[in-house]
Design a protein around this ligand. Structure first.
Ligand code: 5GP
Length: 236
């Protein structure tokens, strides 16, 4: 399958049409951004690492009955996937408090939450991805009805239930992550986008070290080495 015209270029991926109107190709880029695009950087090899990590995790979820847009990894930087109508909601899943949760609500960094928190952000760069409640999502017509919001939450929890023990086994705490969903040609809500250290927080179980995009956000460095370590553990 070959790339044809560009459908969309985002901060970390460029998405192309193919000869098949139901299939798209995403090119995983080496560029990194944070703080609503205000901080920018290029990390050579980061795109390939995220493509490989996402491919593995999509396959894992597929094998547990979670439908995703993944079709095939074409080469280091390219993934073939289904075309979906994007739902403009970022579904944030949190097991441990950190990041914006700690900042906004004053919950001490590293607090294990009494239950897994699922939140919605409006996927809208211009507005800085603000928090959404169900009524906001319905007023903005981001979904057709309240049931679809419940489907997003149920799917997000099911994905978390698969991923948490998987990462425990490879010495990583899955602290939090962002999921995106879309509707396939039959109207089914399926997982899209990517699952990588760009949109997940992983803390090493032994050392507590961040092995994810926080290294870039916080300017700690060692971004590529951390992403390579995540891939290495996933492949072992
Ligand atoms: P926070 O709200 O604490 O900044 O992020 C929570 C989790 O969702 C983190 O794992 C973070 O990587 C992910 N996340 C939230 N918003 C975005 C986003 O706009 N882009 C990406 N790549 N990840 C996000």
């Amino acid at each position: 399958m070959k790339k044809t015209t560009v459908l969309y270029e985002g901060k970390a991926k460029k998405v192309f049409h193919t000869e098949d109107k139901e299939l798209l190709i995403s090119e995983f880029k080496d560029s990194m951004t944070a703080f609503d695009g205000k901080k920018k950087h290029t990390e050579l090899g980061k795109g390939a690492l995220n493509n490989k990590i996402s491919t593995h995790l999509f396959k894992l979820l597929n094998s547990h009955g979670i439908d995703t847009h993944f079709v095939d990894m074409i080469d280091d930087n390219h993934m073939l996937h289904k075309r979906c109508d994007v739902i403009y909601i970022e579904v944030i899943v949190r097991n441990i408090a950190t990041g914006s949760l700690s900042k906004n609500l004053g919950i001490k960094n590293g607090t294990v939450l009494p239950f897994t928190l699922v939140e919605f952000d409006y996927k809208n760069d211009e507005l800085g991805d603000p928090k959404l409640n169900d009524q906001h999502a319905l007023i903005l017509n981001l979904v057709d009805n309240k049931e679809e919001l419940d489907i997003l939450r149920t799917k997000a929890r099911a994905i978390n239930d698969i991923l948490v023990p998987y990462f425990v086994d490879i010495g990583l705490k899955l602290v939090d992550f962002k999921l995106e969903f879309g509707k396939d040609k039959d109207g089914n809500i399926i997982l899209i986008d990517e699952l990588s250290p760009d949109n997940c927080r992983f803390w090493d179980t032994k050392t507590g070290e961040s092995l994810d995009k926080d290294r870039f956000r916080q300017g700690i460095g060692g971004v590529k080495v951390a992403y390579e370590e995540v891939l290495k553990r996933i492949l072992r």
